[in-house]
Design a protein around this ligand. Structure first.
Ligand SMILES: [Zn+2]
Length: 411
């Protein structure tokens, strides 16, 4: 009956460290210091987080989240300890009491609460991040069909990961989603290290290869020779600006700065077109200008002549709305062009090569710009990186042909 006493701890997202648990700190007046905890033997500020009640079942430690209100959490703790003492007393006296019926949140309710929390403005998350949480957790919920979070097994998590793989998500995409699931489970009081074995975790959390290969000249040539005129513009735009695909799919003509020879990527925009309002924010919510090299300028001028009335540069052909089908099209053209590698999982399962994805145009842009002598600071700005170390991943090979249009003759 060792360690029957339940204690209160804090589970918080420490800036630059991540979610950690730590003991609370008692101030001189005997009250806990709200918003602080002990981490690595030090008192650290832990503003973003929840209180958890730590209990023991035999040797097993269990954490139950009890919200972010210190007074309410302490009240729950006192109640729990009182109940436990009574249980112990009853056990000694041989009185068998009925298990107290606790109101438990279902898995679906926990997911909704977690998503609502992520949506709250204080979290400062952008549209893309919130969407990632929502899509991932609702997808997980739909697949595992568990009633309570305590029913979730390791197999549920691996099944979801396999499901993502079958759907053609990249390794990075699967990693992000696994991280979301894990964060949610942990937040919901699940001891994830117990539920997900170390070996499984290592496999699911494997980082994608940072060696980001550009498309080869030959691949691009074949791709451009087979795709439709619309996709020729789409792929040229992605390739020669390095824009993220959602930045490109939301690009409007009024952000094509012909005279300046640049394309403006607004940090956020709100476009009303044909009665539909589309809002968009870049990943960092900061705007930037990307170069419009001569080859792209020519392509866009011709495209504009053919599409003089559209709002979006490469919107859907029928509705002139941001187009979400570029990835499917790229996979299709790669297959048609005979470019599938034939050996990756995705090729084997679906005849869709995992080596063809939209973000790879951005990698190719970075590689080509650096190789043609465009300075790393400039390329870093082009890409909207906040850190040169990210841009430097693309630094490989030698620099030659200073100052030339790296995309002349690409399309
Ligand atoms: Zn393949």
């Amino acid at each position: 009956m060792a360690n029957r006493t339940a204690t209160l701890v804090r589970n918080a997202n420490l800036p630059g460290i991540g979610w950690r648990r730590g003991n609370l700190i008692k101030s001189r007046n005997g009250r806990f210091k709200p918003g602080w905890m002990v981490y690595n033997g030090q008192e650290v500020e832990a503003l973003q987080g929840v209180f958890q009640i730590r209990t023991y079942e035999g040797d097993r430690v269990k954490y139950t989240s009890v919200g972010d209100d210190l007074d309410a959490a302490q009240a729950m703790l006192e109640k729990l300890n009182a109940t436990r003492q009574m249980e112990v007393a009853k056990a000694i006296l041989g009185i068998a009491g009925p298990e107290p019926e606790k109101k438990r949140n279902t898995l679906a309710e926990l997911v909704q609460k977690y998503i609502d929390k992520k949506k709250s403005p204080s979290q400062g998350l952008g549209y893309a991040s919130i969407h990632l949480y929502e899509a991932t957790l609702n997808g997980f919920l739909a697949l595992v069909k568990r009633q309570y979070v305590t029913d979730v097994t390791e197999e549920d998590v691996t099944r979801f990961a396999d499901h993502l793989k079958r759907q053609g998500f990249s390794q990075k995409g699967r990693l992000m989603r696994y991280t979301v699931i894990r964060g949610f489970l942990r937040h919901s009081g699940v001891d994830v290290e117990k539920v997900i074995e170390a070996a499984t975790h290592k496999r699911l959390a494997a980082k994608p290869d940072l060696h980001t290969d550009p498309y080869t000249e030959m691949q691009l040539e074949k791709l451009f020779s087979i795709c439709t005129p619309y996709y020729k513009v789409v792929f040229t735009l992605l390739l020669s600006t390095g824009m993220r695909f959602r930045e490109a799919s939301h690009l409007t003509w009024d952000n094509v700065l012909w005279n300046e020879g640049k394309i403006n990527v607004p940090g956020s925009q709100r476009v009303t077109n044909r009665g539909r309002v589309v809002e968009f924010q870049t990943k960092t919510r900061r705007g930037r200008k990307v170069p419009m090299f001569a080859s792209l300028k020519t392509t866009l001028q011709e495209w504009r002549k053919q599409n003089p009335d559209t709002i979006y540069v490469v919107g859907t052909l029928r509705g002139d709305h941001p187009n979400n089908h570029w990835l499917d099209a790229l996979k299709h053209f790669a297959r048609e062009a005979g470019l599938n590698c034939g050996v990756c999982d995705s090729c084997t399962l679906r005849n869709e090569c995992e080596k063809f994805y939209l973000h790879r145009f951005r990698h190719t842009f970075a590689h080509r710009c650096l190789r043609s002598g465009r300075g790393i600071h400039t390329v870093s700005k082009d890409l909207g990186h906040h850190d040169l170390s990210i841009t430097s991943i693309y630094l490989s090979g030698s620099s030659d042909e200073n100052g030339k249009d790296p995309f002349a003759g690409a399309a």
